[in-house]
Design a protein around this ligand. Structure first.
Ligand code: CA
Length: 265
């Protein structure tokens, strides 16, 4: 665990402030810290600013929503335990907002160790990552950078401009969209990146650990279960019948793969 942490930190420290600046350039808006506890809010704020991030803070859900809808946020650090609207509900509101720009904002949830179930639920509601309290500020900064890297890579695409057609799906790597029978599907940044990774390698079975590395990167701290959660969300969005998927298939005990086109050798 310690080794993992150190390895992660080493990767992060290579970039230093320049990398943070790059993350900021890619991100329109600030890191919005939503936390009612003053000490924690200020600690996160201080450490992100020190790394060159622009920040905004909010003490409760209402203030957070105002700032989000004013376009002030580029990424949201969201504490689970908040007065009035809790973090889970706020995450649900963000991910179901009528504005696509709001729905696509990366969300990093803050949870206490005892809130294991909520953590998974947060991911199911569309959070991009979570951090368990107590956390080190280094870990927090690393996570924020990792989410932004993922988001940036997904948004920019790996090559750009390419349109992939797979049966009824059309994937536009540049516009970062997936349409099915002409209707645009609402995928999060991470879902899109995961889907693109599978689509580009039809028929190739990839384990959860492999996908975790490929899509989330080895600097992040997500659990293999995260892959399953995202696969399930993708199926709910892509498949006519998510329980009988025909695009993203499971090879039991091995991993996931994108169905090869019918008629291909
Ligand atoms: Ca709190």
């Amino acid at each position: 665990m310690l080794e993992l942490f150190n390895a992660g930190f080493l990767i992060i420290s290579e970039g230093g402030p320049a990398e943070a600046a790059e993350g900021e350039r890619r991100m329109e808006g600030a890191v919005l810290i939503v936390e009612d506890e003053k000490d924690i809010r200020e600690l996160i704020d201080y450490n992100l600013r020190k790394q060159g991030f622009r920040t905004e803070t909010a003490r409760d859900g209402a203030e957070a929503l105002r700032k989000i809808r004013d376009g002030k946020a580029g990424l949201i650090i969201l504490d689970l335990m908040l007065p009035e609207i809790d973090g889970m509900e706020l995450c649900r509101l963000i991910k179901s907002d009528p504005e696509q720009a709001v729905r696509r904002l990366p969300v990093v949830m803050l949870t206490a160790r005892s809130e294991e179930i909520d953590k998974v639920l947060g991911l199911e509601l569309g959070a991009d990552d979570y951090i368990t309290k107590p956390f080190s500020t280094r870990e927090l900064v690393a996570r924020v950078k990792a989410v932004l890297r993922r988001y940036g890579a997904g948004a920019a695409g790996e090559s750009g401009g390419k349109i992939i057609k797979a049966d009824e799906l059309v994937i536009d790597e540049e516009k970062y969209t997936v349409t099915k029978r002409g209707r645009q599907l609402d995928l999060s940044a991470v879902e899109f990146k995961l889907f693109l990774y599978l689509v580009r390698r039809p028929g190739r079975i990839m384990s959860r650990d492999f996908l975790l590395d490929a899509v989330w990167g080895n600097e992040s701290y997500v659990e293999p279960r995260t892959v399953d959660v995202h696969i399930r969300r993708l199926r709910e969005k892509l498949e006519d019948d998510p329980s009988e998927p025909r695009y993203i298939l499971t090879k039991r005990g091995v991993g996931y793969y994108f169905a090869e086109k019918k008629g291909n050798p």
